[in-house]
Ligand binder design. Structure first.
Ligand code: ATP
Ligand code: MG
Length: 256
């Protein structure tokens, strides 16, 4: 059975989508079958993996709302070998509102992820929106692991505490299998004191795991999505590609 990992942080622009695409790419290049699932109405993951939104008809919004639409029916291959995507569109924001009144609303994604999909992939990576609403909750209920990207450019730990609290509630009430795989330091710039301070204070917190891998600030990371491929394909020799390969190895290790 595959490992389902949610990439979550309600703070915007911390590198969730970047992590989902590039960790997905790194796992795929190691030969694993990977599904990147877009749970954000902004659809940055979908676009960043080279899908033209004009060509997306049925998407994750329909899957969550309509009992008759299977997740497998919306999955598309990407330009990258071993890497598929379950696309989102802006429709997902109205679907979230609609889902609010549904019975079992927190379980909608978990139900759709069962059997056929999870058996087909070694890893399913879920890109969450920058909110702590019903979509992120669905991801946390469906996942067995969560990665929390944290930007090391300002003191962003207050928001992380709120997220960790929700994760605790999900673990105790809805999904005991959920494990925090780690906080992932992003946008790291070793030249700044703030960056180094932030990294130190993350590691000192102690009661949760911080990945050894640090994602540095890099222009190439911002460029790769415009080509619709992960950094490991776009610029295989870059430091950023190596970092995501390291992260992939850490994630694989955590789930052995
Ligand atoms: N390490 C990095 N170095 C430089 N730019 C980065 C890095 N990581 C991400 N970016 C860029 O910063 C922006 C925000 O990153 P990303 O979209 O991954 O964040 P996000 O947490 O998914 O945002 P949102 O909360 O809006 O979904 C993007 O333009 C991305 O290309
Ligand atoms: Mg995003």
């Amino acid at each position: 059975m595959g490992t389902v990992i949610a990439v979550a942080n309600q703070k915007g622009g911390v590198g969730k989508t970047t992590c989902t695409i590039n960790l997905g790419g790194a796992l795929a290049s190691l030969g694993h079958r990977v599904l990147c699932l877009d749970l954000d109405p902004q659809a940055n993951l979908t676009v960043g993996l080279g899908i033209d939104l004009n060509t997306v008809d049925k998407n994750i919004a329909n899957v969550l709302i309509d009992p008759d639409i299977k997740l497998t029916s919306i999955i598309r291959p990407t330009k990258t070998k071993n890497l598929d995507v379950a696309p989102a569109t802006l429709e997902l924001s109205s679907a979230e509102v609609e889902l609010f009144n549904a019975i079992g609303r927190e379980m909608a994604l978990r139900d759709k992820l069962s059997q056929d999909v999870v058996q087909r992939y070694a890893y399913v990576l879920i890109d969450c929106p920058p909110t702590l609403g019903l979509l992120t909750l669905n991801a946390l209920v469906a996942a067995n692991g969560v990665i929390i990207p944290v930007q090391t450019q300002y003191y962003a730990l207050k928001g992380v505490a709120a997220l960790l609290k929700i994760i605790k509630t999900v673990q105790s009430r809805l999904n005991p299998k959920l494990k925090v795989l780690g906080l992932l330091p992003t946008f790291y710039d070793s030249r700044t004191i703030l960056g180094r301070d932030m990294l130190d204070s993350l590691r000192e917190l102690g009661d949760h795991q911080v990945f050894e891998t640090v994602i540095r600030q890099s222009v190439k990371i911002g460029e790769a999505p415009t080509a619709g491929v992960p950094i490991g394909v776009y610029e295989p020799r870059s430091d950023a590609a190596k970092s995501f390969a390291d992260l992939a190895r850490e994630v694989i290790g955590a789930h052995k």
